[in-house]
Design a protein around this ligand. Structure first.
Ligand SMILES: *[C@@H]1O[C@H](CO)[C@@H](O)[C@H](O)[C@H]1NC(C)=O
Ligand SMILES: *[C@@H]1O[C@H](CO)[C@@H](O)[C@H](O)[C@H]1NC(C)=O
Ligand SMILES: *[C@@H]1O[C@H](CO)[C@@H](O)[C@H](O)[C@H]1NC(C)=O
Ligand SMILES: *[C@@H]1O[C@H](CO)[C@@H](O)[C@H](O)[C@H]1NC(C)=O
Ligand SMILES: *[C@@H]1O[C@H](CO)[C@@H](O)[C@H](O)[C@H]1NC(C)=O
Length: 611
């Protein structure tokens, strides 16, 4: 196949952008050659305008030194600014009509001008794209999908106007979705490392335990000096995002609230169902319960919590797409990655802060997913421009991907079980527009007044992205770490020039929650993200009360000198993986615990000092 594509490129004397030939993606098998007469609904996802300015636009509203700090854009301005240019639309159109001889009437530009739709037979598509189409079958659910895993080619002059063509190389990575509760043992959901949850028989006895052995809501308040009375609840918003069959039971929330947040008894989050998501179906309770109890427990009844419940229809797509498309109609329209399309399109409300305790793909350069994760991260940046804050757990696999400890072997293969190899980042944590949160614990016999350590219950995720370069706002912090405290691994073990994460940390073990009718000690960076999300929500509450905007994208502020006192620095611990000790926590920023855990009064003061 590579041969015939090469011939095509040579024969036509045009420079070709050819995706590298690849193995059939994990979880899928090659089933049969696609029927040449079958009709393929092709989508060409057009390159957006002004994407190279996204960072500058974002820094203008998020850099604490900017006079426009906090002046977020309207969704309409965002959509208009990034809409593909006429030049892009024309280039693709003239290629299809004038060179490929396709009838103009068959070509349809999406309403928002982001996607070119074109129905072609498999044979026509193969000739247009220099590709070979197959039907693939998914191992777990037997689902079939048409694609061309070996890649496709576009004339160079056109390829710069097209982000990707669908359906082609991306088949969906169902098997790689992981939630970040690395310390749970819920039957039916794979926990590969970490320790089992500890059941608590007598919750009243917990009061006598220290925060090193039972991290209650009161412990979190003590650790982060969080004692804030919310006043802007009716104008503020926060959500947790839950995927697939991760659900909660109101009875568990009440059991928890009776002891730890009496004003929340009888309250549940407001469900925002996406792609048919329904939190009342039977499912796994580990993630959703943890996230909801921590956010509602910390914030109390002064703030309502929303629940983005993303349903099963999301499985075959790229996992964040249903959420991003549901809150942004312009993204939904250009969503070229799901063959079924998205069922919820811009019809769901945005919130000021969203907490995501899942990871979706390893952050590895992979032509079948890289263009799509780039586009997802860009979309997170665009939503941040409107004032949203995205917070994600950094993963429970240390320097490997997920609890299964995927690392990259020398021949490029990803293998689970922490083999020797290159470290793998996690998405979305490594997207620079996401605030990634690592996990800490109170050291044995220490109290809330002592500095926490990187949790030892599981390796907290952290490292360096292969897809996203290091942003300027973290240059000083990361260079300081690499120059003074970094390990001496070979050049190819981790990407020193990549976006480094996590940004911050919060307690991740042993959190006391109520699940399945009893109290348990649970955790993971899964817990750290919603705890930090609650803290940011309280900051927004105070800013709104002061007549200011919500904080939106916080990373440039977090790393700035005005925030130097906003953290409890964590300097002890490591995040092992890939047959190494991983990285070590150190003074200042480090790839285990980021800048440290929040010191709420200082963090609040720093954000209130901004316009
Ligand atoms: C929470 O939602 C309920 C029901 O919509 C509403 O009555 C209440 O005022 C809300 N609370 C806050 C703090 O906004
Ligand atoms: C979606 O994923 C869940 C959990 O892995 C699985 O139970 C369900 O069958 C999948 N649904 C579809 C439509 O593939
Ligand atoms: C890569 O190396 C591993 C371990 O040596 C081997 O099991 C695997 O089959 C190799 N994969 C490829 C594509 O060569
Ligand atoms: C913590 O205190 C207990 C009881 O006093 C003691 O047995 C244990 O060795 C201490 N652990 C550490 C790490 O100091
Ligand atoms: C390392 O990161 C840079 C910046 O994102 C990227 O250009 C480069 O391809 C990465 N290198 C590897 C080997 O992944």
């Amino acid at each position: 196949m590579a041969f015939s594509r090469l011939l095509l490129c040579l024969a036509s004397f045009i420079a070709c952008a050819v995706a590298a030939p690849r193995a059939v993606p994990e979880g899928w098998s090659l089933h049969r050659r696609a029927d040449p007469d079958a009709v393929l609904p092709l989508k060409f996802t057009l390159t957006q305008s002004n994407i190279h300015n996204l960072d500058a636009y974002l820094l203008d509203v998020a850099d604490p030194r900017s006079p426009n700090y906090g002046r977020h854009w309207t969704p309409a301005k965002v959509a208009e600014t990034f809409k593909p240019s006429k030049e892009t639309v024309d280039a693709v159109h003239s290629w299809l009509v004038e060179e490929a001889g396709i009838d103009t009437h068959k070509i349809r530009l999406s309403q928002k001008g982001d996607i070119v739709h074109l129905d072609l037979t498999v044979a026509e598509a193969e000739s247009l794209l220099g590709a070979e189409y197959f039907v693939y079958r998914h191992g777990e659910d037997g689902k079939e999908h048409v694609g061309c895993h070996q890649g496709y080619s576009l004339p160079e002059r056109v390829s710069k106007h097209i982000d990707f063509v669908w359906p082609t190389t991306h088949l969906g990575s169902t098997s790689l979705l992981r939630r970040d509760a690395g310390v749970s043992t819920v039957p039916g959901f794979g926990r590969v490392s970490g320790a089992p949850k500890i059941p608590v028989d007598d919750v009243s006895a917990l009061a006598a335990e220290g925060c090193d052995t039972a991290a209650t809501i009161d412990c979190l308040r003590g650790l982060y000096k969080y004692d804030h009375t919310l006043v802007s609840g009716d104008k503020n918003s926060v959500a947790v995002a839950e995927f697939s069959n991760e659900v909660y039971r109101p009875s568990d929330l009440d059991l928890f609230f009776k002891t730890y947040a009496p004003d929340q008894v009888g309250h549940i989050p407001e469900t925002i169902s996406i792609a048919g998501g329904d939190p009342t179906v039977s499912g796994d309770l580990g993630e959703s319960t943890l996230d909801i109890e921590l956010v509602m427990g910390l914030l109390g009844a002064g703030q309502n919590l929303s629940l983005y419940q993303i349903g099963e229809a999301a499985n075959s797509s790229v996992f964040l797409d249903p959420l991003l498309g549901a809150v942004d109609g312009s993204y939904c329209e250009l969503e070229g990655v799901s063959n079924q399309g998205l069922s919820d399109c811009g019809n769901k409300p945005t919130v000021n802060v969203v907490s995501i305790s899942y990871h979706f793909n390893p952050d590895v350069i992979d032509p079948t997913i890289s263009p799509i994760v780039q586009r997802e991260c860009t979309e997170i940046g665009k939503l941040s421009l409107t004032g949203m804050t995205f917070i994600a757990s950094s993963g429970d696999g240390g320097v490997g991907y997920s609890q299964s400890g995927f690392c990259q072997l020398a021949n490029g293969t990803l293998q689970a079980g922490n083999p020797k190899g290159a470290f793998l980042g996690q998405l979305p944590a490594s997207c620079p527009y996401v605030t990634a949160v690592g996990a800490t614990s109170v050291a044995p016999n220490n109290t809330v007044d002592d500095p926490e350590i990187a949790t030892t219950r599981f390796p907290s995720g952290g490292g360096f992205s292969n897809n996203f370069p290091r942003p300027t706002w973290q240059d000083d912090a990361v260079t300081n770490y690499l120059d003074n405290f970094g390990p001496n691994y070979a050049e190819n073990i981790f990407n020193r020039s990549g976006r480094a994460y996590p940004d911050v940390a919060a307690n991740g073990w042993p959190l006391v929650i109520a699940e399945s009718g009893q109290f348990v000690k649970s955790g993971g960076t899964s817990a750290s993200a919603p705890i930090f999300a609650a803290i940011v929500t309280a900051v927004n509450d105070a800013r709104i009360a002061a007549g200011k905007s919500p904080v939106g994208w916080i990373n440039p502020a977090l790393y700035s000198s005005a925030f130097a006192n906003a953290y409890n620095d964590v300097t002890k611990g490591t995040n092992p993986g890939c047959s190494t000790q991983g990285f070590n926590a150190a003074p200042g920023w480090d790839p285990v615990t980021g800048l440290g855990t929040p010191n709420f009064p200082e963090l609040l003061a720093a954000f209130l000092a901004l316009p």
